[in-house]
Design a protein around this ligand. Structure first.
Ligand code: HAM
Length: 408
């Protein structure tokens, strides 16, 4: 072939995409059950939206953005994440009060591709905007946890931390910078620059982070309000029966967070990129984007990574029925039946290529149909033959009863 998908991107086709579709459905359903409406925002934004919110000191903004100039000379960037876009939309729409929004779709980051680290990847996320209560943080953590269980990700660690707010972070930051200054010579070049922009990022550095095990932790420097907020988040998670581990080293890769931060890490997943999702509170984000003070908390799950970590799917057949036409004279009747069954809500398909019965059965198998329906001479008596393609069992039934047919 002359053309290939760009490096770090994937074509996801049936039957592999069956699993994706299932998980998008599980997500939509779950978000709706938790009271989140659908939010759609552009795949690209003014570059400034991400630079300001995600933060100039982050790897995402410094190295990973797909930034381009459009024909009108504007600097635009393919979204590396959607939180900034949702908050931008909330402010632009003149919203006030609570907005609970859910989204799913592709995000773009220029990363070194490997399994579970893609340049185009898919997130499922929610943003709970306008609510400062710690119960909102707990709700978001619970929603992500619930999804990962339903997706079949076993043995999950929920890591939780608080990184303080505008009241306590400056003093903590000064303490951390003093600690880092003493070790300036041991730090990598990136971290010496990060120290000025955002010293918390140093703790997240793959090179230096592990060597700074005794660095002061934000969670030990929280003001009273932040400490009480964290205690309440923990309490509500306890009440919901969600196990978590407080990890004082958890800082996350985006700059907009205040107070709660969290990540989901499957214990069985060995790849270098190990969080299948994460999120946190961002009470200062709206102001970074020029809006009034507006609290918020949210989460995003990485679908590519979840599919690597998840166990074998439950295996719902992609089609309920595949209609097999025994002879060309039955073709019109078969088309009518297919239309009728589809209208009644069954997932039905038929071969349109005039192939032999044997070949049609092969197609039915390949397409993963639960059963084949043969339209043959018995059609004259309004009957069809149904063959269960897993057990091989055959039955002759009234055509009218097909609509109620479901694979056990
Ligand atoms: P994030 O931690 O940057 O957070 O991304 C969330 C998840 O997206 C990660 O845990 C990971 O599973 C997945 N992910 C990130 N980058 C890649 C990649 N290159 N390839 C595959 N998967 C990837 C956020 O994006 C925040 N917007 C989350 C949030 C929402 N915070 C508050 N609200």
């Amino acid at each position: 072939v002359s053309f290939r998908a760009p490096k770090g991107t994937d074509d996801i086709l049936p039957p592999d995409s069956d699993r994706w579709r299932d998980l998008f459905r599980v997500w939509d359903d779950l978000a709706e059950r938790f009271g989140y409406g659908l939010v759609l925002t552009p795949l690209f934004e003014s570059t400034e939206v991400f630079a300001r919110s995600v933060g100039e000191s982050t790897e995402v903004v410094q190295k990973q953005m797909y930034t381009f100039e459009d024909k009108g000379g504007r600097s635009l960037t393919l979204r590396p994440e959607q939180t900034a876009s949702v908050v931008r939309a909330y402010l632009e729409g003149g919203r006030q009060g609570v907005l609970k929004g859910a989204y799913s779709g592709p995000m773009f980051r220029y990363e070194r591709p490997q399994a579970g680290r893609r340049r185009q990847f898919y997130q499922l996320g929610v943003e709970y905007i306008g609510e400062p209560a710690p119960e909102a943080d707990a709700e978001v953590v619970e929603l992500g946890h619930r999804f990962l269980l339903e997706a079949g990700v076993p043995d999950l660690d929920v890591l939780l931390n608080s990184i303080g707010d505008a009241a306590c972070r400056p003093a903590y930051r000064a303490t951390l910078v003093a600690y880092l200054e003493e070790r300036r010579d041991e730090l990598c070049d990136d971290c010496r620059a990060r120290m000025e922009l955002n010293p918390l990022r140093v703790l997240d550095c793959k090179v230096d982070g592990p060597r700074l095990a005794d660095a002061p932790a934000a969670i030990d420097h929280l003001c009273g309000a932040c400490a009480a907020h964290l205690d309440r988040v923990k309490r509500v998670l306890d009440l919901a029966g969600i196990g978590y581990r407080v990890d004082p080293r958890l800082v996350r890769g985006l700059d907009y967070y205040t107070r709660t931060v969290f990540e989901y890490v499957p214990r069985t997943y060995e790849a270098a990129q190990n969080a299948v999702g994460g999120g946190g509170r961002y009470d200062g984000l709206a102001e970074l984007l020029g809006g009034p003070p507006t609290p918020g908390v949210g989460l995003a799950l990485g679908l590519d990574r979840i599919l690597l970590a998840a166990g074998e799917p439950k295996g719902r057949a992609p089609l309920d029925l595949f209609v097999v036409v025994a002879g060309p004279e039955r073709f019109d009747a078969a088309l009518g039946l297919v239309g009728d069954l589809r209208r009644r809500g069954l997932r039905v398909d038929v071969d349109l290529g005039g192939r032999s019965v044997k070949a049609q059965f092969k197609v039915a198998d390949r397409r993963g149909a639960a059963a084949a329906v043969v339209i043959g001479d018995e059609w004259e008596d309004d009957k069809v033959t149904v063959k269960d393609l897993r057990t091989g069992e055959e039955r002759r039934i009234a055509a009218d009863d097909l609509a109620n047919w479901r694979h056990a």
